[in-house]
Design a protein around this ligand. Structure first.
Ligand SMILES: *Cc1c(COP(=O)(O)O)cnc(C)c1O
Length: 370
């Protein structure tokens, strides 16, 4: 990537964990950005080399919206979503505190990430998920990494309420984004954007579910700005799904519904943080329909060759729907990998045809012309 290498522009590193030229700057976000994170020499770093994800120019999307658009491809993280940025910090801090077990409520990606990082740390991991609303790939990840998976007959918000109470009854650390270490780690997405572009973009588009990530990016942008590592702050544009848009509506949604299961949340834990990020940056929180999300999802796959989750495509759906001032520099966060939800992917594609195993039959179906 064309970013400057090294630890946060070679800023003095109070932790001593890394330096700008020690050759370890890409070994995960904690080593690269230790100076900005709540870690010390005593923190055991539990990393799968997350972060350092592509900031991919999107020429066709740029043409369509009349702006200079980049895609932050977070599906390239070790477990396939941005959750790994927060999880490496949360699990490392839990390890430092001597934790033996972690738990999360999850719409899927948090559980996949928690399971992988807990396994790496030698901790046990419990996952509480809403029954029937987890994409297949995410459930597979939690299971293969050895998590104890409990499905509750309720939506995500109820699952999180239960998880919040667990530490008062058992020795276990919650690694949902209500854990402040998660948010700290997720700030590094903004650092990487600025390191790659040389400055903050004009507009930052991001899906909003539980709203931790929009808050984290906003903090990250402000960190760099405060240290004169950027000269401006982006307008934060957060996008909820129309059927799960509590912040847009101004009240919780009891039965959130959307095909974008990662943002199927009716009562966001970081509600205030999202509202502040939008307000203080001159941005907005708005809603996009499932049809608009799916159109963006297909556009990204076919025109930009990026296969992301439906929830991730909400950022681009919002950009396409509401637009930006001409010539703006825009970053859209694509939060997770499309392979997470193979059922949705296949439902959106042309089904394969089956023919006899002859050259003529194959040729006839390909419609290649003379
Ligand atoms: C978690 C998640 C989101 C929502 O992020 P919040 O921090 O909860 O707003 C969006 N997309 C994907 C793929 C996710 O995993």
């Amino acid at each position: 990537m064309a970013s400057s290498h090294g630890s946060a522009h070679g800023l003095a590193d109070s932790t001593g964990l890394t330096g700008p030229h020690d050759g370890r700057a890409w070994e995960g976000i904690i080593r690269r950005y230790a100076a900005f994170l709540p870690v010390s020499e005593k923190t055991p770093i539990i990393s799968l080399h997350e972060g350092n994800t592509p900031l991919l120019p999107a020429p066709r999307l740029s043409e369509r919206v009349g702006a200079d658009v980049f895609l932050k491809v977070e599906g390239a993280n070790p477990t396939g979503s941005f959750k790994d940025r927060g999880m490496t910090v949360a699990i490392s801090k839990a390890a430092e505190a001597g934790a033996r077990a972690v738990v999360c409520a999850s719409t899927g990606n948090t559980s996949a990430s928690a399971a992988a990082y807990a396994a790496r740390a030698g901790m046990s991991c419990a996952v509480v998920i809403p029954e029937g609303h987890i994409a297949l790939g995410k459930l597979a990840q939690a299971l293969v990494h050895g998590a104890r998976v409990v499905q509750v007959r309720a939506n995500f918000d109820v699952a999180l309420d239960i998880v919040r109470e667990l530490p008062s009854r058992a020795p276990i650390v919650v690694v949902n984004s209500i854990n402040p270490d998660r948010i700290e780690g997720q700030k590094t997405g903004a650092y990487e954007v600025i390191d790659a572009l040389g400055d903050a973009p004009d507009v930052h588009c991001i899906p909003v579910g539980n709203a931790g990530n929009i808050m984290a990016y906003w903090r990250g942008y402000r960190d760099y700005y405060a240290k004169n590592l950027s000269t401006r702050l982006p307008a934060m544009m957060g996008f909820q799904a129309l059927g799960a848009a509590p912040i847009v509506l101004g009240h919780p949604v009891e039965f959130p519904e959307t095909i974008a299961t990662a943002i199927r949340i009716g009562n966001p834990a970081s509600w205030e943080g999202a509202v502040e990020a939008a307000r203080d940056s001159g941005g907005q929180i708005r809603a996009v329909s499932d049809e608009e999300i799916l159109e963006a999802y297909r556009f990204l796959a076919v025109e930009e060759s990026v296969f992301c989750e439906a929830a991730s495509a909400a950022s681009v759906a919002g950009l396409m729907k509401f637009g930006v001032p001409k010539g703006s520099r825009v970053v859209c966060v694509l939060t997770g990998h499309g392979l997470k939800d193979p059922d949705l992917a296949i439902s959106q594609a042309r089904v394969p045809v089956t023919v006899d195993a002859t050259l003529d039959a194959v040729l006839a179906t390909l419609e290649l012309g003379e």
